[in-house]
Design a protein around this ligand. Structure first.
Ligand SMILES: Cc1cc2nc3c(=O)[nH]c(=O)nc-3n(C[C@H](O)[C@H](O)[C@H](O)COP(=O)(O)OP(=O)(O)OC[C@H]3O[C@@H](n4cnc5c(N)ncnc54)[C@H](O)[C@@H]3O)c2cc1C
Length: 399
């Protein structure tokens, strides 16, 4: 009897879970190794862009994700002092997607939905408390060693897709460089359940607010409003996370007499890095294991899901259709330049625009944004860019 085709996934984050589901649905045995004892209640990503929703729709998970999410067709660029600069409506990209909007839903909702679905596939399993530590590979297989509470174990499979986040064990074991830089300041997310539109009536559920001293991205998730704000590198984490300080940050953007109730706050170090290669033999890197960027524009998880689906589809062609392993190099050629030329470039630019200190340059950029908004052709181009529809078209065109 032929050996069952088998892929190991390291990491049960949004990228690992999605990738595993694609493989499981193609009747490939899939084992997810997750270091933690359960799925992380991760409050990082909360935006799903149109092409990601189109891909997830094919996997059958979008109904449940929509049930737990918030559809937000509009987004705004604002100035902290002058208010609204421009508002865009993603209905403008409806010729190019089934989902002409951002779906606001935290990333842990996707991982839970997928892991609840996996029992439908008897050849798919998630092992928690399984921290991958090292690997070896030859021409026919890859063996991943992992630690468990019962001692070290290993699994041998046809391929490994490393979706184990920014500190990827696979990237480090394989000696793949991760060049880039770390911002000096931490980013803070502070959330409140209070309805911000009662205080700033014209505030959209997605608003990017420029300011030379303290910019902010305001994102409404279904259960709360989240404020993403840079912090002062001279302050300690304890000082930043002190409740009165957090409260004062929200007051600065949506002032009101009573105190805000803070429902959640976290500090994040932020990097801009891309792995030197996404392929080493039978191992592919995907998601944060392959690239990290600042959260302005919501592209890290979305790009990672695009990677994971692309990688899984290529492995399916190799395992089921006998396609050449050259496809794994095509994965690198299609996905890596997108991370460098598109996601890194766009996210670095987004931060520069948000924090621009020169009033003349700031005004010029705001005037440009207004002009784009008033021009249907330019407005469509901007929306194709920020929704990542352009990046998918560009990636798919690479042969
Ligand atoms: C404040 C903030 C807001 C963000 N907002 C957005 C957004 O709106 N949209 C967006 O697209 N992106 C956003 N991002 C980025 C997004 O959160 C990440 O890109 C995303 O989590 C990457 O998913 P992943 O599955 O690749 O990695 P992760 O989510 O980091 O998951 C990796 C998993 O691997 C596990 N693991 C780690 N090491 C091992 C090991 N050795 N063995 C086994 N398992 C291991 C971890 O426990 C974890 O479960 C945001 C980030 C931040 C900081």
């Amino acid at each position: 009897m032929a050996k069952q085709k088998h892929v190991v996934i390291a990491g049960a984050g949004p990228v690992g879970c999605t990738t595993a589901l694609v493989l499981a649905q193609a009747d490939i045995k899939v084992t997810i190794l997750e270091a933690e004892s359960g799925l992380l209640l991760d409050m990082r990503a909360s935006t799903f862009h149109p092409p990601t929703l189109d891909m997830l729709e094919k996997l059958g998970v979008t109904d449940e994700l929509h049930a737990q999410g918030l559809i937000t067709p509009q987004f705004q660029y604002r100035d902290r002092r002058d208010g609204l600069i421009a508002e865009f409506d993603l209905a403008g990209v409806s010729d190019y997607t089934n989902h002409p909007y951002r779906l606001q839903a935290e990333q842990y909702k996707l991982t839970r939905i997928i892991v609840d679905t996996l029992p439908d596939y008897p050849h798919a399993e998630v092992s928690f408390n399984a921290r991958a530590t090292h690997l070896e590979q030859d021409d026919t297989s890859v063996t991943v060693h992992y630690e468990t509470p019962d001692g070290p174990q290993s699994v041998t499979a046809d391929y490994l897709i490393a979706c184990d986040g920014s500190r990827s064990f696979a990237r480090k074991t394989l000696g793949i460089g991760f060049p880039g830089f770390t911002y000096p300041e931490l980013f803070m997310v502070v959330s409140t359940t209070e309805d911000i539109t009662k205080i700033v009536p014209d505030m959209c559920p997605v608003a990017y607010i420029t300011d030379p001293d303290e910019w902010c991205a305001v994102i409404r998730a279904p259960e709360m409003w989240r404020f993403l704000i840079p912090t002062d590198p001279n302050m300690s984490n304890e000082e930043i996370l002190e409740e009165d300080y957090l409260e004062s940050r929200i007051q600065g953007f949506a002032p009101k007499e009573q105190k805000y109730t803070i429902s959640h706050s976290t500090l994040y170090p932020v990097n801009q890095r891309v792995a030197e290669t996404y392929r080493a033999g039978r191992v592919l890197l995907a998601g944060d294991a392959a690239h990290v960027n600042n959260p302005l524009g919501g592209m890290g998880m979305n790009g990672g899901v695009h990677d994971g689906i692309n990688a899984a589809e290529k492995i399916i062609q190799i395992l089921h259709e006998g396609a050449s392993e050259d496809l794994l190099d095509l994965y690198d050629r299609q996905r890596r330049p997108i991370a460098v030329e598109y996601v890194q470039a766009q996210s670095i630019r987004n931060k520069k625009i948000m924090e621009e200190k020169d009033p003349v340059v700031r005004k010029q950029r705001q005037d440009e944004t207004k002009a784009i908004c008033d021009d249907p052709e330019k407005s469509l181009e901007l929306m194709m860019q920020v929704t990542m529809l352009n990046s998918i078209n560009k990636s798919n065109a690479v042969q």
